[in-house]
Design a protein around this ligand. Structure first.
Ligand SMILES: [Zn+2]
Length: 472
């Protein structure tokens, strides 16, 4: 029987490696959830070669470079499983509005006015924000007109992503489709477009992959849903859509199916572990078993759940579903007043508000390993183990919010969170070093985003700014 304390991947004679991270409070997220108080990780050719006690790992390697984590927590890169990165700049352009209809009126005009340059500018900013907050992989849910622009942005920043064909739907009269003349609700069109991004998966080392998406929340027929899922199955990837967002779409699905949507989906054979459903704000008792038994993944967007007051109508059940074994992940959705990396605390507090409980260890698992599982990539991402790709985040302890650091796991999950991110490694490459991106000029990202938003605000006819008198 193997010694559970022994370092894995260590060989007798020292061998060359690209990078050695030492002096780490190492949160592995491996099957036993081992934590090494003074750990080390050896990396070669983008792969994790060894993980364990520094005293065992370090002597076994002759690294080209060593990074001293200075005792800071080191853990796997986080996942954002529902991020509309091409719409990220709306966060800075939309004034505070009280009504959802006012918000969506601007949102529709903005979406219609986007082109590849503006989506690139938005995605570049979103990806930099993710990197600086320790998110190393995201799912774009099929709402970027130019998936190539999103892919280029992720590659320029050096993080992973997955893209899909945009706005696929086939229910006639679906309100959003009726407002986006560039994407008519049409089955032939949807079937033709399905899977066009999957060529990206031919290169197993590609940072940006492809998946299958339809828009969802009542915009797809059973025929389209099953066809999309079949393409995902045939290509070994996942299928994602929006589902059970808020009262109107939930009521429409209940009426359309004559039963709760997840019960219906189970009956038509849609559900299994390759399904990734975003929002799922309404989970009725009859829907719990189909969710848990099918192994599908849920993307929890607590920011948007709070923002639109969905809790007035439906009690959030993500903590309960997580305890029952459902694969719950986090998503930013379209960022409104929150930033990358804040869903963990929001999810924790949403849970607390209902007198329920989510452990800090759960928050970290949901952020990391569960995201890899949703993307069908848990054989290569999501934990720090030999043989997996080297995506890891090094945190500093030199921060008031990191003190007194009696329980670094709890502190990291709930208090210092992503404020303490110092250095980020993706596929073995240092993409963020001491808070600065290494592959791109940070100022250029901001300038590109500002210029884009200035164009878009003019194009769409918005006038953002404070309500206070402003003297220039
Ligand atoms: Zn969404």
């Amino acid at each position: 029987m193997a010694d559970s304390q022994a370092a894995e991947g260590v060989q007798a004679a020292p061998r060359a490696c690209d990078l050695l991270v030492t002096n780490a409070y190492l949160i592995t997220m491996d099957a036993a959830r081992r934590v090494f108080t003074r750990g080390a990780v050896a990396i070669g050719d983008g792969e994790i070669l060894a993980v364990g006690r520094e005293q065992e790992v370090a002597p076994a390697f002759a690294p080209a470079r060593t990074i001293d984590a200075q005792g800071g927590p080191v853990l796997p890169g986080a996942f954002d499983c529902h991020a509309h990165v091409g719409l990220h700049t709306t966060r800075g352009a939309f004034s505070e509005v009280g009504s959802e209809s006012e918000y969506f009126a601007s949102y529709v005009r903005w979406t219609n006015a986007l082109d590849a340059d503006e989506e690139y500018a938005s995605a570049l900013l979103a990806c930099l924000e993710m990197l600086k907050n320790g998110i190393t992989c995201f799912i774009e849910p099929g709402t970027a007109w130019a998936p190539d622009a999103v892919a280029a942005a992720a590659q320029a920043i050096g993080i992973r992503g997955s893209v899909a064909d945009p706005y696929l739907w086939d229910v006639e009269g679906f309100w959003y489709a009726a407002n986006l003349e560039r994407a008519p609700s049409n089955r032939e069109r949807a079937l033709r477009e399905l899977g066009k991004q999957l060529w990206r998966n031919r290169d197993s080392r590609a940072l940006v992959r492809g998946h299958v998406a339809v828009y969802g929340i009542g915009s797809a027929t059973d025929e389209l849903l099953l066809a999309a899922k079949r393409v995902a199955d045939d290509n070994g990837t996942f299928f994602t859509m929006h589902q059970s967002f808020e009262p109107p779409d939930i009521a429409a699905d209940d009426a359309r199916f004559g039963k709760y949507p997840l019960v219906h989906y189970a009956e038509i054979g849609l559900l299994d572990r390759r399904c990734v459903f975003a929002h799922m704000n309404a989970v009725r008792d009859d829907e719990v078993a189909p969710i848990v038994e099918s192994g599908l993944s849920l993307v929890w967007n607590p920011g948007n759940y709070l923002y639109w007051g969905v809790g007035d109508h439906y009690r959030g059940r993500m903590a309960e579903l997580h305890r029952q074994g459902a694969n719950v992940t986090f998503g930013t959705d379209v960022a409104k007043v929150w930033a990358a990396g804040e869903q963990g605390l929001l999810g924790y507090l949403v849970t607390r508000e209902k007198s329920d409980y989510l452990a800090p260890e759960d928050v970290l698992q949901i952020s990391t390993l569960n995201g890899a599982r949703a993307m069908q990539l848990d054989d290569r991402l999501g934990s720090l183990e030999p043989g997996k790709r080297a995506d890891l985040v090094i945190h500093t302890t030199r921060l008031p919010e990191q003190q007194p650091l009696l329980d670094p796991v709890r502190n990291l999950a709930l208090v210092s969170r992503t404020k303490s991110v110092r250095t980020v490694i993706v596929d073995g490459r240092v993409a963020l070093e001491d808070g600065r991106p290494t592959l791109i000029d940070e100022e250029r990202v901001y300038a590109t985003a500002r210029a884009s938003v200035a164009r878009m605000v003019k194009r769409v006819g918005l006038s953002p700014g404070t309500r206070w008198p402003t003297i220039s």
